[in-house]
Design a protein around this ligand. Structure first.
Ligand code: SF4
Ligand code: SF4
Ligand code: SF4
Length: 273
């Protein structure tokens, strides 16, 4: 078994989720994300908004299923970044705007992002989202609340969940717990832990009464990390493109620094008047 002893993550248990979306709201509150204008039936299920976006880092997906007794039932799934052990988004980013931390979270840095969107193409779960509406767009996604974790706090969504559908902890311990639940509930759980092996494993482990493929997750992903293919692919990009990426990265850094200075100056002028 791959050792991930120091890495933290989630066990998302769809059988315990009641679709209340307290986690979705807590994520918005902690990350100061605005509400979105949405349309019902805008996506592949009954959830609203239809998909993750640069303003929605986590989303409860809704599926209607017919049970064995022919009664209709609801199944829910919490969608978010899976915090891969060897993330393809990180190896695809030519300016180091996305980073895998030793504690588990895959985080991003606004001031480095040049908006090339390679990470969006590389991610097998379609997670990084672009700020299409912004004149200075960046990539956004769940950070596993690394800012809270660093200060000894649990992620905001996990704290808000009152049903035990989101367990935060050591990935190794969560994997043991997931196996225990599957063994003790053969009729309750679809017998697969999504994230145990997919693309080299993820810090977010998912169990449910139905396959995750029903929520739009890809089936039959390779067990080896996609970074083994994105790394050589990115290395084969001509030096001139890398040079251009680095130049754009430096430009983005200077522009962001200038914007910060302007904002601080206007703030101090406001304080004086
Ligand atoms: S807070 Fe818990 S129960 Fe409510 S929607 Fe989120 S995961 Fe499900
Ligand atoms: S799920 Fe996608 S965005 Fe998240 S760490 Fe993995 S590759 Fe990166
Ligand atoms: S871990 Fe933090 S950023 Fe990620 S979905 Fe939960 S509240 Fe949002």
């Amino acid at each position: 078994m791959k050792t991930t002893i120091n890495q933290k993550g989630f066990l998302i248990d769809g059988t315990k989720c009641i679709g209340c979306r307290a986690c979705q709201i807590a994520c918005k509150q902690w990350n100061e994300l605005p509400a979105e204008k949405t349309e019902f039936f805008g996506g592949d299920g009954y959830q609203n908004p239809a998909d993750l976006s640069s303003k929605t880092y986590t989303l409860i997906k809704y599926r209607e299923v017919i049970k064995k007794d022919k009664l209709v039932d609801w199944v829910f799934h919490k969608d978010q970044c899976q915090h891969c052990l060897e993330p393809a988004c990180v190896s695809a980013c030519i300016v180091g705007a996305l980073q895998k931390t030793a504690a588990g979270p895959v985080v991003w840095e606004d001031r480095r992002c040049i908006g090339c969107r390679y990470c969006m193409l590389a991610c097998p779960y379609n997670i990084p989202k672009f700020e299409w509406y912004s004149i200075n767009p960046d990539i956004k996604k769940c950070t596993l609340c690394s800012d809270r974790i660093e200060n000894g706090l649990p992620p905001a969504c996990a704290k808000a969940c009152s049903t035990g559908a989101i367990t935060y902890g050591s990935r190794d311990e969560l994997l043991k717990e997931a196996k225990k639940r599957l063994k003790s509930g053969p009729d309750t759980y679809y017998q697969h832990i999504y994230g145990e092996d997919e693309v080299g494993g993820t810090c977010v482990l998912n169990i449910s009464s139905i396959p995750l493929e029903e929520f739009g997750y890809p089936g039959n992903l390779p067990k080896e990390s996609l970074s083994t293919t994105t790394d050589p692919a990115m290395k084969s990009i001509p030096g001139v493109v890398i040079g251009l990426g680095a130049a754009l990265g430096i430009t983005a850094f200077i522009v962001n620094k200038h914007k910060k200075q302007l904002s601080e100056e206007s703030q101090s002028q406001g304080d004086q008047s």
